[in-house]
Design a protein around this ligand. Structure first.
Ligand SMILES: NCC(=O)CCC(=O)O
Ligand SMILES: [Mg+2]
Length: 329
């Protein structure tokens, strides 16, 4: 058709490029992960996540007010639990006065309209650093599901809006959903980490929460018996469709950038919103390269975020959320 059709005409100025742009990033796209610790006055930088912090509850209220003022309206809470409170069953996870339960209330008190999502998995509470209960050298699926349902209920009782199970046990969405229904929490949402891969990109996060699998005899050394094999694509669709049948309101792919084929497959296969978690290793890689002067931080950040949305994400959990929103101006 050339020269009747010249594609470059639509790229001749920023005005025309912005007119035909297919993917637009706004503050509404983001879920902000927040790391919470005990104590007061604590804002400690995570060594492998420059400019990202663990904060104590007294600072959390200020943080969420700042997020809200920026147009960031959803947070995803993670807690770093003291070692002496950890055990194999993750008992502390259902303590009504536990750190997570207090964090939920702190956010709601400071900012009642903020959407509060909570991490539901045993690893921050597990003496073995696993997302489930260990028995006979394995992760016990069904026993773990019972614990996760109790944990989710406890978060709902504390005021969480959306539970975000990140563990990858089979059937945990069903167990959590039926428990919520029985207990009258009809409007509590579930955002399922439905296609979560066994990924080396989670390294910095495990530093942040001190939640890496322990090197102990008869305890699995990694999470490969529950998180997905990164070689698999069709399996992600199977996992995701099952979670929707079991009652998930939102599904998730994790990590982000290396899994955009999966994001598109899932977006095309489902009729619920799709979330993507751009994980700690993705954050750390860009921070490190930018610190060396090897990559333009803001330009690459915006390109990565746009690519994730373009691939099919309706929303993104990202440690870059504040940086991106500041950049958008
Ligand atoms: N369950 C939450 C995670 O594993 C987060 C991983 C990351 O940001 O690396
Ligand atoms: Mg599953």
């Amino acid at each position: 058709m050339y020269p009747l059709r010249r594609n470059r005409r639509l790229r001749t100025s920023e005005a025309i490029r912005s007119l035909v742009r297919e993917t637009i990033i706004t503050p509404n796209d983001f879920i902000v992960p927040l790391f919470v610790v005990e104590g007061s006055g604590i804002k400690e930088e995570i060594p492998s996540m420059p400019n990202y912090y663990r904060q104590s509850l007294d600072l959390l209220g200020k943080e969420v007010k700042e997020l809200w003022a920026m147009g960031l309206k959803s947070v995803l809470l993670f807690v770093k639990v003291h070692d002496h409170l950890k055990d194999n069953a993750g008992t502390e996870a259902i303590n009504p006065d536990g750190l997570m339960q207090r964090a939920i209330k702190t956010v709601k008190d400071a900012c009642p309209d903020m959407l509060v999502m909570t991490d539901v998995a045993l690893d921050p509470y597990s003496s073995y650093g696993h997302d489930g209960i260990v028995g006979n050298g394995e992760i016990l699926n069904d026993e773990t599901n019972v614990a996760l349902a109790k944990m989710g209920l406890s978060h709902a009782q504390a005021g969480a809006d959306i539970l975000a199970p990140s563990d990858m046990m089979d059937g945990r969405i069903y167990e959590m959903r039926t428990t919520l229904e029985e207990e009258g929490f009809l409007n509590t949402g579930i955002m399922s980490y439905s296609a979560k891969y066994a990924s080396a990109f989670y390294g910095p996060f495990r530093d942040a929460l001190d939640s890496a699998p322990a090197d102990i005899q008869d305890v699995p050394k990694d999470k490969k018996t529950y998180q997905m094999d990164f070689a698999n694509r069709d399996e992600a669709v199977k996992e995701t469709l099952m979670d929707i049948e079991e009652g998930a309101d939102i599904v998730m792919v994790k990590p982000g950038l290396a899994y955009l084929d999966i994001v598109r497959d899932i977006r095309d296969a489902v009729d619920v919103p799709v979330a993507v978690y751009q994980v700690s290793g993705e954050y750390a890689m860009l921070k490190a390269a930018a610190a060396q002067g090897w990559l333009d931080h803001d330009a690459v950040m915006l390109e990565q975020i746009t690519a994730i949305k373009r691939a099919g994400a309706h929303m993104m959990a990202s440690y870059f959320a504040k940086d991106v929103v500041k950049l958008l101006g």
